[in-house]
Design a protein around this ligand. Structure first.
Ligand SMILES: CC/C=C(/N=C/c1c(COP(=O)(O)O)cnc(C)c1O)C(=O)O
Length: 385
């Protein structure tokens, strides 16, 4: 379970039985034809896949390239997160688990988890930082309407990292009947690989759609925002070994990389262990986690998935970072040019076109990870529109 020097499973001994069971079972379960049939059927009939690959003509005209948007915002629940929660709830059933826990920051993963728990009639507890509960209020209420219990995480910065800590603590105390649905390509092996595999349906569809629309399955650039990195992992997955396809990962620099209020992990972080995985994380001299900051809850995370730490360290990925201000401007620009209000996380990926050497023949795919409904309060507070 390694990506170069990154990955692995650095976990408390009490979690070992659960992680060991997952590690030894997950590939068998995911590879079982009956699992595949049920997974594909739910993605089609319940999530609404395949999601469109939409050619954004006015955005393309503005930036002088052929820009396509992979519409994960049109998945049921409004973001890519449900691709992963469908996979993990089917897996949890096959492991005989009755209860589900999850962490959430933007609330999209929390809603996606509450959704599949309602679908399957399973108990659902979601841990969410108190700060995030305020800035993603609509998703808190959606989780409750869907029947989940939302537990405020009040430790640390009361954001995603703290929700993850508290969900892990719950799991340690309830190992046998509970499955922890981690919402990104983070955590101990096999989670980063498992989540990437579930999200890889994104690039599986992209290959087919690009062939139909451009005559080639390969774009010149794929751009995706990165919090833990699951939407990027899904968009990059079937192109990792195609060096002609440039993989652009966009992190949140918040108030600026050197402002002290940032979440640009590949710039500010260094190697360490976070949430059970060896990766890059923002830490003090003595290895304590540095509080991150981003206007977007889903990117407000001091770490990054080990896959992306490796893409960064190996030079395979192009890692850019975008401030709050530039992200918000890009969100408004997409709304005005294409009539799509994106999630603020997604808006970060839409703010880098003029930082790439694009030519008119370049084919660019932006992974539109989520819709902006959950962020209306933040757009309103920001107000520059
Ligand atoms: C799992 C914690 C992250 C959450 N969301 C992250 C997120 C992200 C960043 O997460 P990754 O794709 O895993 O990097 C991008 N786009 C949208 C719409 C998001 O909601 C959440 O709780 O909903």
């Amino acid at each position: 379970g390694y990506y170069g020097e990154f990955g692995g499973a650095y976990i408390p001994e009490m979690l070992y039985p659960n992680i060991d069971e997952l590690r030894s079972e997950y590939l068998k379960i995911i590879g079982d034809p009956a699992f595949r049939t049920e997974f594909d059927q739910l993605l089609k009939d319940y999530v609404g896949r395949p999601t469109p690959l939409y050619e954004a003509k006015r955005l393309s005209d503005k930036y002088g390239a052929q820009i396509f948007l992979k519409r994960e915002d049109l998945c049921h629940t409004g973001a890519h997160k449900v691709n992963n929660t469908i996979g993990q709830i089917l897996l949890a059933q096959r492991l005989g688990k009755q209860k589900i826990i999850a962490e959430t920051g933007a609330g999209q993963h929390g809603v996606a988890t509450a959704t599949v728990c309602a679908l399957m009639g399973m108990e659902c507890i979601v841990y969410m930082g108190k700060v995030d509960m305020e800035r993603q209020r609509p998703n808190v209420e959606r989780m409750k309407i869907l029947g989940a219990k939302v537990v405020p995480a009040t430790s640390g910065s009361q954001t995603l990292k703290d929700a993850t800590n508290e969900a892990m603590r719950h799991w340690i105390n309830n190992p046998s009947d509970t499955h922890y649905i981690i919402g990104s390509v983070v955590g101990p092996h096999p989670y980063p690989d498992m989540v990437a595999r579930f999200q890889s349906v994104i690039s599986e569809e992209m290959r087919i759609q690009l062939s139909e629309k451009t005559g080639s399955p390969r774009p010149d650039y794929i751009i995706a925002c990165v919090g833990g990195g699951s939407n990027a992992a899904g968009a990059f997955y079937h192109y990792l070994d195609e060096p002609d396809v440039k993989l652009v990962a966009v992190e949140a620099s918040g108030m600026g990389v050197s402002s002290g209020k940032s979440a640009a992990t590949t710039k500010l972080g260094r190697s360490g262990v976070l949430h059970g995985s060896k990766t890059l994380l923002m830490q003090t001299e003595d290895g304590q986690v540095v509080e991150p900051y981003s206007i977007s809850a889903g990117l407000d995370y001091p770490g990054i998935g080990p896959m992306h730490a490796h893409l960064f360290a190996s030079g395979r990925g192009i890692f850019l970072d975008v401030t709050d201000e530039d992200a918000m401007q890009a969100g408004i620009e997409l709304s005005r040019l294409e009539g799509i209000i994106p999630a603020i996380e997604t808006a970060h990926a839409l703010a880098v076109f003029d930082r790439l050497p694009l030519t008119s023949s370049d084919v660019v795919v932006v992974n539109l990870s989520g819709r902006g409904d959950k962020d209306l309060d933040t757009y309103i507070k920001w107000g520059k529109y």
